[in-house]
Design a protein around this ligand. Structure first.
Ligand SMILES: NC(=O)c1ccc[n+]([C@@H]2O[C@H](COP(=O)([O-])OP(=O)(O)OC[C@H]3O[C@@H](n4cnc5c(N)ncnc54)[C@H](OP(=O)(O)O)[C@@H]3O)[C@@H](O)[C@H]2O)c1
Length: 268
């Protein structure tokens, strides 16, 4: 898989979203153990305070569906720990619901949390990342590559986040910014996993794969370690589990064609 700038976590100021529970809370533990100074974002102030207490991080309770609030998150993080070195866009809104049963609010929230908030955070941080160097980590999903029933809004938002990540690479080429796109199948020990297994298709795929000896899900602590390793080793992409890497490569082929045609030269 491709390379990007390698960013060590020791001493780095990491702005991590979705840190109150699930993968984000476990990732907070992993990054703190590697020496990161954490700014932790999610809505649930009490859970966030617990994670902050055990990791030495700063809790910044925020509703990322509120675009006006998102623009202030970078300033709040800088006020605590100074310039941000790494942003990890991990928070996600998820409803396992067909499009015509989603409310307008659920639809808007899904796109706002999963796509607009990462874009806004990156926009707010790009000037300092360009001058000081740093890393962007975007957490997407195989739900954004495979067409899975009842994941219309979630899948589309994650496909959008993955595409934004790939285009961002072209716009920041030459800048000292590492970009790691993380694409996950199923993470055991998360609320989203428990909800996701209610989809007959996801349940069937995971069970069929298991019968073939293939694991489509991994425990959250292992996923967190792999994400941290990918950033420290300068990997541009991480697909978990590895068996799903082929899906990612197929999705990347038009991007590789664009690079071969040199459409990025001059960037305009
Ligand atoms: N779990 C899986 O099987 C799976 C599979 C593929 C990809 N992923 C991806 O992995 C990442 C982590 O997922 P997870 O399983 O840990 O999810 P999770 O257990 O559902 O946790 C979601 C996190 O996002 C935060 N969040 C949700 N809505 C928010 C909002 N409006 N404002 C601020 N924070 C919000 C939640 O905190 P609050 O509720 O406190 O706000 C929580 O910390 C996500 O990007 C997800 O798409 C997960």
């Amino acid at each position: 898989m491709g390379r990007t700038r390698a960013t060590p976590f020791a001493g780095a100021h990491v702005l991590l979203t979705g840190a109150s529970r699930g993968l984000g809370a476990v990732l907070a533990d992993e990054l703190a153990a590697r020496g990161a100074r954490l700014s932790l974002v999610a809505r649930d102030a009490a859970r966030l305070a617990d994670v902050a207490a055990r990791t030495g991080g700063a809790a910044l309770p925020t509703d990322l569906a509120d675009t006006a609030a998102v623009s202030g998150v970078a300033d709040r993080a800088r006020a605590v720990h100074g310039p941000v070195d790494v942003v990890v866009n991990n928070a996600a809104a998820f409803w396992l619901t067909p499009l015509d049963a989603l409310t307008t609010e659920q639809l808007v929230t899904t796109v706002a949390v999963n796509l607009l908030a990462p874009a806004e955070l990156i926009r707010a941080l790009l000037p300092e990342l360009r001058t000081r160097g740093g890393h962007v980590v975007n957490v997407a999903s195989l739900g954004g590559i495979m067409a899975i029933p009842n994941l219309t809004a979630y899948g589309a938002s994650k496909a959008g986040l993955a595409h934004l990540t790939e285009v961002l690479r072209t716009e920041t080429a030459g800048a000292p910014i590492g970009i790691t796109l993380v694409q996950l199948a199923a993470i055991e020990g998360t609320d989203m996993y428990d909800d996701g297994m209610k989809s007959p298709m996801i349940d069937r795929v995971v069970r069929r794969a298991a019968r073939l000896g293939l694991r489509m899900s991994e425990p959250a602590d292992r996923v967190a370690r792999r994400i941290a390793d990918a950033v420290e080793q300068g990997r541009s992409s991480l697909v978990v589990p590895r068996i799903a890497t082929g899906f990612h490569l197929m999705r990347r082929s038009p991007i590789a064609v664009a690079a071969a045609l040199d459409v990025h030269r001059g960037k305009s």
